[in-house]
Design a protein around this ligand. Structure first.
Ligand SMILES: [Zn+2]
Ligand SMILES: [Zn+2]
Length: 419
């Protein structure tokens, strides 16, 4: 019996793997224009890193991490998200001493032991950006503008940027108290069971519950923005005015909250209407206390994460790159010449493959057609004798014969190259 892959883990073949490559290449192109450099962190970290950065009380840490002891009994965890590892690397490399602002992006797999019935993958992929070292609202605005540019460059339509300001350590406690007073006044039985519990443990999360009953009850709840201190207000106003200047489709959303204490001020989410229902494709915000809480310098930060599986759902298959040729060598002699010619075509930048084994002409032509190539190049006994190659344009059926030495020039001149 063959061995199957693990549930929740996917093999990616084209067109899916092409989509992922396209997303990564697009990210590299756009982010590098803004000075972001790529950071690759290990997939495996000490468990304590995630306990401290994500928080012991979260579902991620309590139920969803792939945690196991190594051979020396140390507790290790497959990263459930990227930010913690980026922060650790930032601290360990001493980047704060080397540059005023660090702009880092990372892409790759994350792991969460989620219930499979939710349809989520246990290995999923993200693109993450973190701008570290600046408290300025310009950092928030630039990161968000860059994210929107990236999503548009991918061809995503109907984007809405949702924003909220979470306030700071000074003003948020006053909001929490007002919210708590409000929630204690509502009928606890009208809330969903999760929210009834959250009222005392994490009241902010009641605001972003998706249940209609909970939403109705929190429509008139106090709003974070009304409790922001003057500094937080000024920060948010600056971010908003810079985003408006770029004519981004923004929408204030008082339900946009984050459960953890180190999140502060700007928080955002991008939703796309590309496949009918609104679906969140990216989210992020400012987290000024996180690096210090991990034992690093008192460096502020702002960042976002994009779920690549979610993005892939919204992307078309895209213009696939057609191979330039399929080289068909008939009989042993033809295949030997075809092999040599194939190497020359590729050295010249052309893309394509050849048949390795013998076969009937018809079935070999079928293979050529299947490959999607623009041209089929044929070297049979006649061509071998003359040092020629026959070139058949697979779309038009047009065919001609020419010396093998002229094949590169011909393929390039007939516009079949992908450049
Ligand atoms: Zn404040
Ligand atoms: Zn609820």
């Amino acid at each position: 019996m063959s061995i199957a892959r693990i549930k929740g883990f996917a093999d990616m073949l084209p067109p899916r793997s092409d989509q992922f490559t396209r997303m990564e290449n697009c990210a590299r192109d756009i982010f590098s224009r803004y000075g972001f450099v790529e950071l690759r962190t290990p997939l495996l970290e000490f468990t304590e890193l995630f306990q401290r950065s994500i928080g012991e009380e979260t579902d991620v840490v309590q139920k969803e991490m792939y945690t196991f002891p190594d051979r020396k009994g140390r507790s290790l965890t497959l990263r459930p998200e990227a930010t913690a590892g980026v922060m650790r690397a930032y601290i360990e490399a001493g980047l704060a001493n080397r540059e005023a602002v660090s702009r880092l992006f990372t892409t790759g797999p994350m792991f969460r032991y989620e219930r499979p019935q939710k349809g989520r993958m246990r290995q999923f992929h993200q693109i993450n950006c973190e701008c570290l070292g600046s408290q300025s609202p310009l950092a928030d605005a630039e990161l968000i503008i860059m994210l929107m540019r990236f999503l548009r460059a991918l061809g995503l339509g109907e984007l809405t940027l949702k924003l909220n300001s979470l306030g700071c350590a000074e003003c948020r406690p006053r909001f929490k108290e007002a919210l708590l007073n409000y929630l204690r006044g509502v009928d606890r039985h009208a809330l969903c069971p999760d929210c009834a519990r959250r009222v005392e443990s994490n009241p902010l999360r009641v605001l972003d519950c998706k249940q209609p009953g909970c939403r109705a009850l929190t429509d008139n709840a106090p709003r974070l923005a009304d409790y922001n201190c003057p500094d937080c207000k000024a920060h948010f106003e600056t971010v908003l005015s810079m985003l408006r200047a770029e004519e981004l489709p923004l929408e204030l959303d008082h339900r946009l909250v984050r459960g953890l204490d180190y999140y502060c001020r700007t928080t955002f989410e991008v939703v796309s209407g590309s496949i009918g229902a609104q679906s969140a494709v990216a989210g992020g915000g400012r987290y000024d206390g996180l690096i210090r809480s991990l034992g690093g310098p008192d460096a502020p930060g702002v960042g976002f994460a994009c779920g690549m599986e979610r993005l892939a759902l919204l992307l078309g298959d895209g213009a696939e790159q057609r191979p330039d040729f399929y080289l068909l060598g008939m009989e042993e002699g033809g295949r030997m010449q075809a092999f040599a010619l194939a190497q020359k075509l590729r050295a010249a930048g052309l893309r394509g493959e050849m048949n390795f084994s013998a076969g009937g002409f018809k079935s070999l032509m079928r293979q050529a057609g299947k490959s999607g190539a623009r041209c089929c190049l044929i070297i049979g006994p006649d061509e071998v004798a003359r040092g020629d190659v026959s070139i058949k344009h697979l779309d038009s059926g047009e065919q001609r014969s020419l010396p093998q030495a002229d094949a590169i020039l011909y393929l390039k001149q007939t516009g079949t190259a992908n450049d």
